[in-house]
Ligand binder design. Structure first.
Ligand code: HEC
Length: 174
């Protein structure tokens, strides 16, 4: 009897987490997350490696492995990972082609390196006035916007991940 109770509790928790992750909305993914005084530099960042199938596959492995991106962005990059429960706003869905048209690879690399304050968080999530869109993941780099990071990858690895994320929505890193 006890076992059944526990099982029911665990199953309900998984259900709640799932529903929660799926319904936490993204804030407008088309709007820049890089502050205006830094966006020129961010857009100019280009991958030092080409988007070959090998580099994209390596990026996928990092994304779903030691880089931990999958915990929030989901195993397929749809923005539906359970880690979203701890973020102020919904994680980006990288399968959205419109997002890739609106943003450059440089901006994506910049946000993964420096984090995002969730520019619009104040208005939309008053319970978290400072916001935590995303924290920085680049090893040995101090966030230009003063966020505390969880470094998991070096520059070469992060570029591979960006190439992978880009491939999910048909975007190129020209
Ligand atoms: C703890 C949860 C979490 C993890 C782990 C995470 N992200 Fe995010 N990510 C977010 C959230 C939330 C947003 C949306 C932020 C916003 O709207 O400002 C986001 C947005 C992004 C964006 C979109 C930036 C833009 O301009 O719209 C990129 C690129 C990104 N993440 C890359 C990564 C990469 C690469 C990793 C792994 C190294 C990663 N993320 C790991 C939560 C996470």
């Amino acid at each position: 009897m006890k076992k059944i109770g526990l099982l029911t509790a665990v199953l309900s928790m998984i259900f709640v987490l799932n529903v929660f992750a799926q319904i936490k909305p993204e804030l407008d993914p088309m709007k820049p997350r890089v502050p205006p005084d830094m966006i020129g530099k961010a857009k100019a960042l280009k991958p030092p490696i080409p988007a070959t199938p090998e580099n994209i596959a390596a990026g996928k492995e990092l994304f779903n492995g030691k880089a931990t991106c999958f915990t929030c962005h989901g195993n397929e990059g749809k923005g539906d990972g359970p880690g979203a429960i701890g973020t102020a706003v919904g994680p980006r869905n990288f399968t959205n082609a419109e997002f890739h048209k609106a943003k450059s690879c440089g901006e994506m690399f910049w946000v993964a390196s420096n984090g995002s304050k969730g520019v619009f968080v104040k208005k939309d999530a008053p319970s978290n006035p400072e916001g935590s869109g995303m924290v920085p993941y680049l090893n040995g780099h101090n966030s230009d916007i003063g966020l505390q990071g969880t470094p998991t990858v070096d520059e070469a690895e992060l570029w591979k991940i960006v190439l992978y994320e880009r491939s999910l929505g048909g975007g190129k890193c020209e």
